[in-house]
Design a protein around this ligand. Structure first.
Ligand code: SF4
Length: 176
């Protein structure tokens, strides 16, 4: 068995997309090499866009695209190419806000999708905090499992770097 990773923003992101992908990433099981996927035109534009961005690093391993102060508040911004992964981006940003909160820093977040003129505010108020706490409880249990959860076909499978690994001969269980 490969070494397990601690919880990171990346794992929170993958957990929100697909628990199986989160397990595979946590166990450092390498997906298909990106250049193979690019050659096949299968790497999604969002993933490519993410690689080209320059991020700002804050304490606690927090990595965001922009940081500013507005009316005395710290605002962390994430910029996305599309809203396809918006729920995952929001949960990841909530994790970063929570990480800063542990350091005594209060902040709010926003996910910006310039091409869709969209802005989603993220804060630890209400349901978002509960959702994050649930994820933080579930991720260690998930990655402690000796095997990944079975593959289940979801809308993110098609561009996923693990698609070959998950679907090279398996049975497709459709997402509801
Ligand atoms: S191919 Fe689908 S089931 Fe497999 S890791 Fe990717 S998103 Fe999850």
């Amino acid at each position: 068995m490969t070494e397990k990773s601690p919880i990171t923003g990346t794992l929170v992101w993958y957990y929100a997309i697909c628990p199986r992908e989160c397990w595979l990433m946590a166990h450092q099981i390498e997906p298909e090499r990106d250049f193979d996927l690019l050659a096949e035109g299968r790497l999604n534009t969002e993933a490519h866009y993410e690689r080209e961005k320059k991020e700002i690093e804050l304490p606690g391993g927090v990595k965001v695209d922009k940081v500013r102060r507005e009316g005395g508040k710290l605002i962390l911004s994430e910029i996305k190419k599309s809203s396809k992964f918006l729920p995952a981006a929001m949960l990841q940003l909530a994790f970063y806000l929570w990480t800063l909160e542990q350091e005594g820093v209060e902040a709010i977040g926003e996910v910006l999708v310039p091409e869709e003129h969209k802005r989603e505010e993220v804060s630890l108020e209400g349901e978002m905090r509960s959702e994050l706490i649930r994820a933080l409880e579930e991720i260690p249990k998930l990655i402690d499992q000796p095997k990944p959860p079975p593959a289940k076909w979801i809308r993110y499978c098609n561009p996923c770097a693990y698609a070959e690994f998950c679907w090279s001969g398996g049975t497709v269980e459709q997402d509801s």
